[in-house]
Design a protein around this ligand. Sequence first.
Ligand code: CA
Length: 369
Amino acid sequence: MSLRHILFGLMSTTLLLCSGCSDNNSATMVSPGSIAEPERRFEWKMVTAWPKNFPGLGTSANDLAARIETMSGGRISIKVYGAGELVAPFEVFDTVSRGTAEMGHSISYYWKGKSEAAQLLATIPFGLTAPEKNAWLYFGGGLELWRELYAPFGLIPFPAGNTGVQMAGWFNREINSVADLKGLKIRMPGLGGEVLARAGATTITLPGGELFTALQSGTIDATEWIGPANDLAFGLHNAARYYYYPGWQEPGPTPELIINQAAWESLPPDLQAIVETATKATSLEMLANFTARNPQALKTLVEEHGVELRALPDDVLEELRRFTAEVMQELTERDPMAARIYQSISEFREQSANWQAISAKAYLQTRDQ
Ligand code: CA
């Protein structure tokens, strides 16, 4: 054994022994970026577009922050802010882009004003269901496109949730034909709102926290929100009589965790892996949560609150599909990134449809006769 080997062995032993020394001593023994680096602590803020502690969405943001803190042994601690606490819900994107908060939990169709293409990452009318969406994001090139789209804003996006198929919404009048959509004042964000506007409705985007008052006061005639569990929690059944399905406008929307790029790059690789893994756990848990709670909540709405459940007529859905094609055509003509994302989703959806027809769809038809 050479002298060099012996010296190296002694140094390593000293370092190992010193791993139990006080922080002061170990700080003098090691250089930044080696052993000291994992001990660096990060105190971050997470701004959200959801009312604080709101069931399903707000609680998912809380759980995500808590999970990251636990998994990292407290090396990352995250203070979560509900909508309006630090910034307004629709300022989450800019706030994280600027680095005023390191993280944000929201959904990308709120950022239409920044990039029209962003809406496609949240959901597309008549688009992908939750399992398909996750498949496209993680194995179909979706997440790469999302990262590319947000890069100019200094943001790293992560899928962080999925609500499953939503409901078409709460209406104070029946929708029996396309003509009934004319003049309807409805809260409908994203591409679904554009589609309804073509059908003659007046659409607005309001954050969740303002829906009940707007519907009850008659500022709007109808609103979509999420599905039975969330809608029941919001009390929307107290402000509208008819509850329509299916949620053609949001078949499997993906909330996002956005992280300021500089903040992300300041994390060592193990903490980056923890954050990324935590977002996947949130995606799984949110979908499981909604899937578990929606059936009971729907029963409560119908049986205890007398909500009138209605299917949108086929010809209305057909018309909405036709307008969706128009909206997507025009959007992809004026926005090259939207065109790339839409092409990727469309190809994926076409292939998936063939498979779903003989797997999930065929199975459920057989099982639930
Ligand atoms: Ca919705």
